[in-house]
Write a protein that binds this ligand. Structure first.
Ligand SMILES: [Zn+2]
Length: 364
C-alpha cells in the first residue's frame, strides 16, 4: 500500500504530501467529498505517512511503507465499518450505568484516535470531544504526530463548541481530520481555522477503468451502469451491491409498468407484499432510491438528454416507457414518491403505501 493506491484526485493527494514533506501539516484539515469519495482512506494514509517508521520517499515526496509496526497498527482501523460495529457491540455488552458514560471511539494505535458519530443519534457528542481534549495536549507516545479523525461533521452543539476550543489553541504535534460530505454543516469558526481539501467526483470513464481492474466479474455494461450510479465516488462504485440494485430495479420497473399500462393488480400485490414492516425497511429505501433514479432517467429521455441516463443498460426499455408518458405524469410520480418516503418516516404500512403510490398514478 502507498499513496499511489489512492484513486483519482491526484492534486489533493499531492498537496497533502507536499505539506508532509515540509513538516507543515495544518492542525485541522477538512476533507470534503461525497460518500465513498475516499475521505477516510486518505486520512488513514496520511496518519500512516506521519507515523511510518520507514517513511519511504516516492516521487520525491513522503509516503508510508504499510508494513512497519506503526503502519500495521494504524491499518487495523482501515475497515472502519467493521471496527465501528465492534465498538457498538462492545458497548452494548456493558452494564446499563457504564453504557451511558461510554463514548464510541476507535483506536488501534496509541496516537491515532478515530471519532465516529455516536448512535443512536448518529452525531458526534461532547463526551467524545472531551476524550480528544484529554489526550491531545500530551506528546505522542510512540508516533511522531498524533492524529484525530472525525469521520462525520454532524456535531452536537456542545461538541462543536468544544472542538472550536481545541482549534483556538491547537498543540503543534497533533493533526485533526474532519471528514464531511457538506462543509457547510461545520461552524464557520471551525472552517476558518482549518484548511479544506475537496475530493471531487471522478469522471465516469475513470471509474469504469478502475472497476475493470477491481471488479473484473462485472461485464462492460454492468461497469458502465455502476459508474453512473455511484456519482463519481470510487469507493461507492467498488462497494456497489449490484445484485441488490438489480433486484430493486426489477420491482421498481414492475411498479411503474403497472401504473403505465392498465392491468390487474395481482402482480403488484405480490411484489409490495415483500416490503412489509420490520426487515423491509432497508429494502424499501433501496426501492425508493431506485424509483427516483428511474423517474429521473425517464425525464432525461423525455427532455432529449439521453447522455445523462444512469440506467444505460435498459435505456431502450426506458425509452419505450418514456414515450407513453408526459412530463406532468413524471412530476406527479416524483411528488407521490416523496409522500411514500415521508410516510416511511412516520412508519406507515409500507406495502399499502406502495400500492397507493402505483394506483394513484394509473393511467386510463
Ligand atoms: Zn510504515
Amino acid at each position: 500500500m502507498a499513496f499511489s493506491d489512492f484513486y483519482g484526485n491526484a492534486e489533493a493527494v499531492h498537496r497533502l504530501r507536499e505539506m508532509l514533506a515540509r513538516d507543515r501539516l495544518p492542525h485541522a484539515i477538512i476533507l470534503a467529498g461525497a460518500r465513498g469519495a475516499g475521505k477516510y482512506k486518505l486520512a488513514q494514509m496520511t496518519a500512516k505517512a506521519l507515523n511510518c517508521l520507514k517513511r519511504p520517499l516516492r516521487d520525491g515526496l513522503p509516503d508510508f511503507c504499510g508494513a512497519c509496526s506503526n503502519c500495521l497498527r494504524i491499518g487495523q482501523a482501515d475497515d472502519l465499518a467493521a471496527r465501528f460495529a465492534e465498538a457498538v457491540s462492545a458497548r452494548e455488552e456493558l452494564r446499563e450505568a457504564d453504557k451511558r458514560d461510554t463514548r464510541l471511539l476507535i483506536q488501534t494505535h496509541p496516537d491515532v484516535l478515530i471519532i465516529p458519530p455516536d448512535p443512536p443519534q448518529v452525531m458526534i457528542k461532547v463526551g467524545q470531544v472531551r476524550r480528544v481534549i484529554e489526550t491531545i495536549y500530551f506528546r505522542p507516545a510512540e508516533g511522531r504526530e498524533a492524529v484525530y479523525i472525525f469521520t462525520d461533521s454532524a456535531f452536537m452543539k456542545e461538541a462543536a463548541n468544544s472542538l472550536l476550543k481545541i482549534l483556538e489553541e491547537p498543540p503543534s504535534f497533533a493533526t485533526m481530520f474532519l471528514l464531511t460530505e457538506n462543509p457547510g454543516e461545520l461552524l464557520p469558526t471551525i472552517r476558518s481555522r482549518a484548511i479544506t481539501l475537496t475530493l471531487a467526483a471522478l469522471p465516469t470513464a475513470e471509474i469504469e477503468s478502475c472497476l475493470a481492474r477491481l471488479r473484473p466479474e462485472w461485464n462492460t455494461k454492468q461497469r458502465a451502469l455502476v459508474a453512473r450510479l455511484s456519482g463519481g465516488a470510487v469507493g461507492a462504485a467498488i462497494a456497489f451491491d449490484l445484485a441488490a440494485y438489480t433486484a430493486a430495479r426489477e420491482d421498481a420497473l414492475a411498479l411503474l409498468d403497472t401504473a403505465v399500462h392498465p392491468q390487474d393488480h395481482s402482480k403488484l400485490f405480490k411484489i409490495t407484499e415483500t416490503y412489509r414492516a420490520g426487515e423491509g425497511k432497508d429494502k424499501t429505501e433501496e426501492l425508493i432510491r431506485t424509483l427516483y433514479w428511474l423517474l429521473e432517467d425517464l425525464l432525461f429521455l423525455k427532455s432529449g438528454t439521453p447522455e445523462l441516463v444512469r440506467n444505460t443498460d435498459i435505456a431502450a426499455d426506458l425509452g419505450r416507457m418514456a414515450q407513453a408518458l408526459d412530463f406532468a405524469w413524471i412530476a406527479a410520480a416524483s411528488d407521490r414518491l416523496g409522500e411514500v418516503e415521508a410516510g416511511m418516516r412516520r412508519n406507515l404500512l409500507r406495502a399499502l403505501s406502495l400500492d397507493a403510490f402505483v394506483t394513484a398514478l394509473e393511467q386510463g
